[in-house]
Structure formats: structure tokens, C-alpha cells
Write a protein of this length. Structure first.
Length: 328
């Protein structure tokens, strides 16, 4: 059944677990997540970006998710809008049947330029008023996601400016978070703690000073009733990086957010963990390997099935590690 993010987050908080929120654009991603959830008996958050609706087409994306709910009636599913850039994007997601929306007012609607506190507060409060009137959950974001190593916002394919940001902008301030929650009434808050979108997050295994899990603890102490969301939380699996490069790909050496660090964050109030890159990498690696090893094959179902199975493996590992397995 379809549920709201708020219901799932409240239950996760009572039971001290976190939820991976996987981005979906196509059937194989949806099937991989649902099959893994079925196997682990976990609830699910399927999140679609505005880019996903553009890629699949709004009716197709909506029906993919409705199809998932119909095929797995015993699995609770949240249909969440990822990174809404303005009120219109959030409203159209609600009209499409999303039970939860993210209003990302940390950036202007170009999704590149860092926004002022007042802009963020006003646009997020407006979305909360509209969404809550219809029983829809709202996630806000305070602070700019980006690397504390380089000051760059990351994300090679869309968001993020080319300007360098200082640590102040790249770390959510706990006092400001408390004020933001009070002034907007958001259900969940995405925070900046040194993670960034995309594959190129850290140049080596992240130390405590570039991945600030301690900051999550401080924020949680100030806003214990607001569910904390970690974005840019792919772990960038070394084994998939190697498979991609061994089968004709060309990705640079890079490190993601270790699963252990996320598990630590979950102890301090993280309830939703956004993951897109890991499934993209598993999918690409599996397709490259399959085509290389099966040169006579021209049936896309064969290599797309390989991609689905590879993604399913990652989903299962995250459901188990974050503690949501067994909670469907
Ligand atoms: O935060 C960004 C997500 O990875 C979604 O990316 O806008 O390319 O669908 P997208
Ligand atoms: P990754 O690029 O680390 O997978 O992050 C995805 C994300 O935060 C989507 O909102
Ligand atoms: Na989101
Ligand atoms: Zn994100």
C-alpha cells in the first residue's frame, strides 16, 4: 500500500532504523528495489526527480510506481518527489499522486545558485502549507551539499554551481536548523555534512573532518522531533567501479560515504538516506560486463535483467545495514 513519508519516518524513529530512498527512472530500478524489499521484508521509498518524470513521462513514472504497489501489496511504499525546485514542481508531484515532496530551497530554482535563508524559509513554508492541507509530507533542505575537501558542490549532471563555497555554507548550522523547522513546520530536514551528489565525493576514504557525522548529532539534539535526511549518500562501491573500468568504462578513482558512517548517522536521527549513484554504477557495470561476455546477444531483456539483479544486490545490502529489513 502507498503510505506517507511522515508515517514511515515516525515508525522508523520509534524503532531506531533508517530507510534508503532510491531514485527511480525506469522499470528495472523499480523492480530491483521491490524484489529486494520483498526478500528482506522492508518498507520502501521510491523517489522520482523532476528529471525522472521528464525521462519516463509523468504517466509512465506514476504507473510504474502504482504497478509496484499492485505487485507487492504487502510492502508499504512511499512515493516521494526528490529535489523539488519550486512550488509548481511540488504541486505537480502531489497531483501525480506523490505522498511526499521535497522542497529544496537551499538553492534557487536554477538548482545551482545558493539561496538566502529567507528565500528558503518562505518557499518551504508555502509548500508545507499546501502539502499538509492534502496530507502530504514535506522534506526541506538547509545548507548546501558539497565537498569540505574542495568547496565544490559536486554533481556532474545538473545541480551545483562552479563557485567554491566555504565551510559555513557547506555545513548545516544546528541553531539555524531549529529556527528553520519552527518557521516552516517541515516534517524532515536534509542537512549538509560534507556529502555531495554524484560519484566524486571524496578523493580518499573520508576522515571525520570531511564527513561530519558529529554535526548530525548536534542537529538532532536541537530538533529531536524532525527526521533527518542525508543526501549524496551513495557508498560508490569499489567493486562496481572496478567492473565498470574492467569492461571498457572510464571512471576516475573516487570514494563515497561508507555504509558504517551512515549507520552511525542513523543512531543520531537520520531516517532517510538518498541513494542514486550506487544503483547507476551497479546497473552500468552489469550491462558492460554482460554485453562483453555475451557478444552474440541482442535481446535487451538479458542485459537489463543483469542490471536489475546487480541493483537488487545493493538494495538488499542497504535494507539490512540500515535496519529496516523485517519492518514491512
Ligand atoms: O539528486 C539528484 C538525484 O541523483 C537525481 O538526479 O535529477 O538526474 O534524476 P536526476
Ligand atoms: P548520490 O549521488 O550519492 O546517490 O545521492 C543521491 C541523492 O542525494 C538524491 O537526492
Ligand atoms: Na529527497
Ligand atoms: Zn539529493
Amino acid at each position: 500500500a502507498m503510505i506517507t513519508l511522515r508515517e514511515l519516518m515516525d515508525y522508523a524513529a520509534e524503532n531506531n532504523f533508517g530507510m534508503p530512498a532510491f531514485n527511480v527512472n525506469n522499470m528495472e530500478q523499480v523492480r530491483a528495489i521491490m524484489r529486494a524489499a520483498d526478500k528482506c521484508n522492508s518498507p520502501v521509498i521510491l523517489q522520482g526527480s523532476a528529471g525522472a518524470r521528464k525521462y519516463a513521462g509523468e504517466p509512465m513514472l506514476r504507473h510504474l510506481i502504482e504497478g509496484a504497489v499492485e505487485m507487492f501489496p504487502h510492502i508499504p511504499v512511499v512515493m516521494h518527489q526528490d529535489h523539488g525546485s519550486d512550488e509548481g514542481v511540488c504541486l505537480r508531484a502531489i497531483q501525480s499522486g506523490f505522498t511526499s515532496v521535497m522542497m529544496d530551497g537551499s538553492l534557487m530554482s536554477d538548482m545551482k545558485t545558493p539561496a538566502s535563508y529567507e528565500y528558503n524559509r518562505d518557499i518551504t513554508a508555502a509548500v508545507v502549507k499546501m502539502a499538509h492541507a492534502g496530507g502530504v509530507t514535506v522534506e526541506g533542505e538547509l545548507g548546501c551539499l558539497g565537498s569540505l575537501e574542495t568547496g565544490m558542490m559536486g554533481e556532474e549532471d545538473g545541480h551545483g554551481s562552479d563557485e567554491k563555497l566555504d565551510a559555513d555554507a557547506l555545513l548545516t548550522d544546528p541553531e539555524e536548523a531549529a529556527q528553520f523547522v519552527k518557521e516552516t513546520n517541515v516534517d524532515c530536514l536534509a542537512v549538509a555534512v560534507g556529502t555531495s551528489h554524484g560519484a566524486y565525493k571524496f578523493t580518499s576514504k573520508p576522515s571525520d573532518d570531511v564527513l561530519r557525522i558529529d554535526r548530525i548529532k548536534e542537529i538532532h539534539e536541537r530538533i529531536p522531533d524532525t527526521h533527518i535526511v542525508m543526501h549524496g549518500s551513495s557508498s560508490v562501491p569499489e567493486e562496481w567501479l572496478e567492473i565498470i573500468n574492467n569492461y571498457g568504462g572510464d571512471m576516475g578513482q573516487t570514494y563515497g560515504v561508507p555504509v558504517d558512517a551512515i549507520v552511525e548517522g542513523i543512531k543520531y536521527g537520520v531516517r532517510k538516506v538518498n541513494i542514486d549513484t550506487d544503483l547507476r554504477m551497479a546497473s552500468t557495470g552489469a550491462v558492460r560486463r554482460h554485453l562483453e561476455e555475451n557478444k552474440s546477444n541482442f535481446d535487451p531483456r538479458k542485459f537489463l535483467k543483469a542490471a536489475e539483479d546487480a541493483m537488487m544486490g545493493i538494495c538488499e545490502a542497504r535494507f539490512e545495514a540500515f535496519g529496516c529489513a523485517g519492518h514491512a
